[in-house]
Design a protein around this ligand. Structure first.
Ligand SMILES: [Fe+2]
Length: 325
């Protein structure tokens, strides 16, 4: 089943929308494509659609919605039927900016999503048009500009149930997983394309439901992580981990917190790609110390406690300050 084709966009809440938008615009070079009400829509310079990130003012940071694109109108209709059969569907909408009719639903954990076929491509005005015909807009001059959206990572209270929803109802393939003490599933990396993941889910150690871990934008070159880390350090942007390399996915990464409190990952190179149609899920046994260490960090230091307990919205007792480093 290949009814879901790709990740289109992620909509986030921010209690400091102006500062959040400035982070994405000024430091990692994203372009603002639209403003509407309390929302700002942005895209990276090699994102082909009108936007891949929507920031909306709210009291708490966190996830509003993730949008997926189906591979055709027929594929969309098939997925809507499958979602409706689970009882998790929330109906159609055609009110969202730059998006055609979309079917809304939430995962069992309560992360809201929608799936669509029709949407608007970005059409660069003359001053943004690239002479590179396969690039939808010029490379910006601000900060160290990211190239495209890569993936999203969610925290879930019940990993098997939510992982199974992504596989059975939406058709994602389980590419890698982490199994902890007593055989408990603690992490799942899933994709519908040769990327190792468009979505990951990790067990929320606080027991909370429906929280957001991070959105990742892609550079394609690890050197850019060093350059942007230098800029972040000059401007007091809190780096949580990296630049370093994960064992899981083999990707070069850097984690930071945008001013609204959401975690953002910057991806160096993608790691490896999967072309095998009979891929066997890679299993890390993180009850084993070597797998635990090597899956999280192949090289480049440690991930702090915050990485495993901090998510948005923040739950009582688990703010960055309360968790500590
Ligand atoms: Fe990630």
């Amino acid at each position: 089943m290949m009814d879901i084709a790709q990740l289109v966009s992620v909509a986030l809440y921010s209690p400091k929308p102006d500062e959040t938008v400035a982070f994405f615009h000024d430091l990692i070079g994203m372009e603002i494509s639209h403003r509407e009400g309390q929302s700002v829509y942005l895209r990276a310079y090699e994102d082909f659609y009108q936007y891949t990130l929507k920031i909306t003012e709210a009291r708490q940071p966190g996830l509003e919605e993730i949008t997926w694109r189906a591979s055709s109108q027929e594929a969309l209709d098939r997925r809507v039927q499958a979602i409706e059969a689970t009882g998790l569907g929330a109906g159609w909408t055609d009110k969202d900016y730059a998006h055609g009719p979309a079917y809304k639903f939430c995962t069992p954990d309560g992360h809201c999503m929608k799936v669509l076929w029709q949407l608007d491509y970005f059409n660069a005005p003359p001053d943004m048009k690239s002479k590179l015909r396969n690039r939808p807009s010029k490379r910006p001059l601000r900060g160290v500009p990211v190239r495209r959206i890569d993936h999203v990572n969610l925290m879930v209270s019940d990993l098997p149930r939510n992982r199974a929803f992504m596989q059975d109802v939406l058709g994602f393939k389980l590419r890698e997983q982490k199994i902890g003490d007593g055989g408990a599933e603690v992490g799942a990396w899933m994709s519908v394309s040769p990327l190792v993941h468009e979505i990951a889910m990790m067990r929320d150690a606080t027991g909370a439901t429906g929280r957001f871990h991070h959105i990742a934008y892609w550079y394609g070159a690890p050197q850019h992580l060093l350059d942007i880390a230098d800029i972040f350090s000059e401007r007091d942007v809190r780096i949580e981990g990296g630049p370093a390399k994960h064992g899981t996915t083999q990707a070069y990464f850097l984690y930071v917190f945008e001013p609204g409190g959401n975690r953002v990952e910057l991806f160096g190179d993608t790691g490896y790609l999967i072309f095998d149609p009979d891929w066997q899920t890679v299993v890390w046994n993180v009850a084993n110390e070597i797998d635990l260490e090597k899956s999280s960090i192949w090289f480049g230091g440690q991930l702090p406690k915050t990485f495993y307990r901090y998510g948005t919205p923040v739950v009582p007792g688990h703010s960055l300050e309360e968790i500590g480093r």
